[in-house]
Design a protein around this ligand. Structure first.
Ligand code: DAT
Ligand code: MG
Length: 139
């Protein structure tokens, strides 16, 4: 089923020069990037985007990290793209992410784990609207 998802390269990925590596994997997989921009999180956007995690003990460190530098956000389209990009990302914890995945190949921290991807169609719709207006989805 054709779907859209919200992905972003996190500040560690931008700092480490891995924007191209990560976007390249998405392109080489044959997925379609239909919107993209570099931006900085605000505390408000962080609380909105990570609403399910705001009350968790790791939230302060997570917010500090996502505010620590620019991110590159994109809307990506493809068949079952949510499940597919979650598989390409690898598991959340750096110790569990399998080699061959983005996190498995490059992440050495659970907080700084390089990439975000929506985890359900309902979340994808909310997250895309948090980052992009309809007019910015041009692909
Ligand atoms: P994912 O990014 O794989 O969807 P998530 O939604 O459970 O994972 O958590 C969002 C981010 O919060 C995750 O990418 C890194 C951070 N995080 C999650 N669990 C954590 C933990 N136990 N300790 C530190 N950071 C954590
Ligand atoms: Mg998540």
């Amino acid at each position: 089923m054709k779907q859209r998802t919200l992905l972003f390269v996190k500040p560690d990925g931008v700092r480490r020069g891995l924007i191209g590596e990560i976007i390249g994997r998405i392109e080489r997989k044959g997925l379609r990037i239909v919107a993209m921009k570099m931006l900085r999180f605000t505390p408000e956007l962080a609380r909105k985007h990570y609403e399910e995690h705001v009350s968790k003990p790791f939230y302060p460190a997570l917010e500090e990290f996502v505010l620590s530098g620019p991110v590159v956000a994109m809307v990506v389209e493809g068949d079952d793209v949510i499940e597919l990009t979650r598989a390409m990302m690898g598991k959340t914890r750096h110790t569990e992410a399998a080699p061959g995945t983005i996190r498995g190949d490059f992440a050495f921290s659970t907080t700084e784990n390089l990439i975000h991807g929506s985890d359900s169609p309902a979340r994808a719709e909310i997250e895309i609207a948090n980052f992009f207006t309809d007019a910015e989805i041009v692909g």
